[in-house]
Design a protein around this ligand. Structure first.
Ligand code: DGY
Length: 326
């Protein structure tokens, strides 16, 4: 057992057992806690592999790990990593796609339903003892079924959202993506649109694209101005794809109807954010993949990826593939 793994996320007992059967493990279960980063810094010089999530691992930190062979992220998004830096050092980066696709798409639909039908606002009214008469028009929501669903980013999660919209809710689907997806167009009768056309046409604008240098700040004041007062904006991608100030302005000025947000520029969002004061915002705590089953499947996938990488085998979910083809 000559490999050393530094875990910066707690694993279930069976997964911990699987990992410990193959490697010596140091667990830093609260890397964002008071002494978390100091403990991580102390452990990095021994690390052959790293496994965890939701922590920015920059070059300054990883320079402390001269033996590092692989970083296994328990996430599909890899915006917490400097991929060029890892690749230049020959460090494999792996992620956990597929296993979270359906659950994250469910979250997207939860936000679509909650915003359109004002579920959170009306449920709070009942809980607060304010349901004193039959609902009148000022509490009505808007339909979801049959409305036009616009998806920006047509990867696995975008496709799963499209499937739900098309088959489950009879929604015409339009999408914008860096490339056309003929299979998605055929399966869900989805139509490709320019970004501008999608923003103008869609009743629901749903972001499912990754955060990259190209997508950062993609949706700002100009884009919100292209939406309609009926538009409902959903973000299950990453907060930084959106200019949050512009979103707040659009909501406060009724440029759009509502927003369902699972991700934010800064997470956790500040308790005094203006977003949290708006009745037409449903904000959830980056819970896209947060079910027992899916989080366990993601962690299991991450353990498999790491063990393969440390055994010198090609991991199933290699992000910097060029390292394998060198
Ligand atoms: C992912 O897997 O990227 C989810 O957003 C959780 O971070």
């Amino acid at each position: 057992m000559n490999k050393h793994v530094v875990l910066y996320k707690k694993l279930s007992a069976p997964l911990m057992e699987r990992l410990e059967a193959q490697a010596q493990v140091t667990l830093i279960d609260d890397p964002k806690g008071p002494d978390g980063i100091a403990r991580l810094r102390d452990a990095l010089p021994q690390a052959d592999g790293l496994l965890g999530a939701s922590l920015k691992l920059d070059a300054q930190l990883l320079d402390l790990a001269p033996k590092l062979k692989a970083v296994s992220s328990v996430s599909v998004g890899v915006d917490n990593y400097d991929i060029d830096y890892l690749t230049s050092r020959g460090i494999l980066l792996t992620n956990t796609p597929d296993v979270l696709t359906e659950t994250t798409a469910d979250t997207g639909f939860a936000l679509i339903m909650a915003t359109a039908r004002r579920v959170v606002e009306l449920a709070s009214m009942v809980r607060d003892g304010q349901w004193t008469q039959n609902l009148g028009a000022k509490h009505f929501g808007t339909d979801v079924h049959g409305k036009k669903l616009g998806i920006i980013g047509m990867g696995r999660i975008g496709e799963a959202v499209a499937r739900r919209g098309h088959f489950g809710f009879g929604m015409p689907v339009i999408y914008h993506s860096h490339s056309r997806k003929p299979a998605v167009e055929a399966r869900f009768n989805a139509q490709y649109r320019s970004l501008e056309a999608l923003l103008q046409e869609a009743d629901f604008v749903c972001l499912t694209l990754p955060l990259t240098a190209e997508t950062e700040g993609l949706i700002g004041a100009e884009q919100f101005a292209q939406m309609r007062p009926e538009t409902i904006f959903i973000n299950i991608a990453r907060g930084k794809v959106v200019d949050e100030q512009a979103l707040i302005h659009a909501l406060q000025n009724k440029q759009i109807r509502a927003a369902g947000l699972d991700v934010f520029e800064r997470e956790p969002i500040a308790a005094d954010s203006p977003l949290l004061k708006l009745d037409n915002v449903v904000a959830t705590p980056h819970m896209g993949s947060a079910t027992h089953e899916t989080r366990e499947a993601m962690a299991s996938c991450a353990v498999d990826n790491l063990l393969s990488a440390l055994a010198g085998e090609r991991p199933a979910n290699l992000v910097n593939e060029e390292l394998w083809n060198r």
